[in-house]
Write a protein that binds this ligand. Structure first.
Ligand code: FAD
Length: 237
């Protein structure tokens, strides 16, 4: 398997840096080919310019995505989402005709997105660390449920471009990570890396499988009647 790790942390000696090194070593030891896009080390240009067309830096990242069977996005949660440098990677690498603007629009099909698209057939997983505690991100936690906070990335970026999205690998309350917790985290991460190909993805509904009205793209009335919110886009609840 070819694995691309898109990694955003400014300090290679950080917890994220150590986890990234562990992931690379673990995957390579299992015989997988690994590429890392270390966005800070690459001094990734974050801002999309007016009328920008993909230059060599963007094309290299697109080639890595096409090469990969699985893409891991690794980052510390900053202000409830990915660091700006990674958002800038998405803004520029997901260019028109690659990340969006694919396929024909008709009464049956509204372009190739949400389950279809350039990256269809690939898998993706987020690897995220948070300062906040796990209960802060639980169903009734003050930060909001983590699966809802990550929904715009999972659904709006990864699934949008066609990838199947695996449940995230999460480490909460990072200030309490010591050698023992780090060892446990690596063990758990190793298990997740060993099952990247077999694990069940989050069951998002495919846009073009008949669940949505076209062109309104609202979920059909008879499906999850009366329900609203992000969860309605999951096929099994
Ligand atoms: P580090 O700070 O590098 O390390 C964390 C701990 O792990 C330390 O105790 C360290 O000793 C230990 N450690 C590191 N490496 C190892 C190793 N190899 N072995 C054993 N132990 C190790 N948190 C939220 O929950 N929600 C937010 O919205 C949020 N917003 C933020 C915004 C900003 C701008 C910033 C800077 C932080 C924010 N945080 C937030 C906190 C942030 O998510 C955490 O600081 C981050 O996830 C910690 O990851 P790190 O790699 O930087 O850890």
């Amino acid at each position: 398997m070819n694995v691309l790790i898109v990694y955003a942390h400014p300090d290679s000696r950080s917890l994220n840096g150590a986890l990234k090194d562990y992931a690379v070593a673990h995957l390579q030891a299992a015989g997988h080919a690994v590429q890392v896009s270390d966005l800070y080390a690459m001094e990734w240009k974050t801002t999309l310019e007016a009328n920008e067309t993909p230059g060599p830096d963007v094309q290299r990242e697109q080639e890595k995505l096409l090469w990969a069977d699985t893409v891991i996005f690794q980052f510390p949660l900053w202000w409830f989402t990915m660091p700006a440098i990674m958002k800038g990677w998405v803004d520029r690498v997901y260019s028109y005709g690659f990340g969006y603007g694919i396929g024909e629009h008709s009464d049956q099909r509204w372009g190739d997105r949400y389950g279809d698209g350039t990256l269809a057939g690939k898998r993706a997983m987020l690897m995220v660390t948070t300062g906040g505690w796990e209960p802060h991100y639980s169903a009734r936690g003050i930060n909001g449920p983590i699966e809802q906070l990550l929904f715009p990335i999972h659904h709006g970026i990864l699934y949008y471009s066609g990838m199947q999205v695996l449940p995230p690998f999460l480490i909460y309350r990072t200030s309490r990570v010591d050698q023992a917790r780090f060892a446990d985290a690596c063990e758990e991460l190793g298990r997740r890396l060993d099952t990247l190909q077999a694990a069940a993805p989050i069951p998002f509904r495919r846009q073009n499988d008949g669940d949505y009205e076209i062109p309104a793209l609202t979920l059909k009335e008879h499906i999850a009647p009366g329900a609203t919110g992000m969860e309605i886009h999951l096929a099994e609840q």
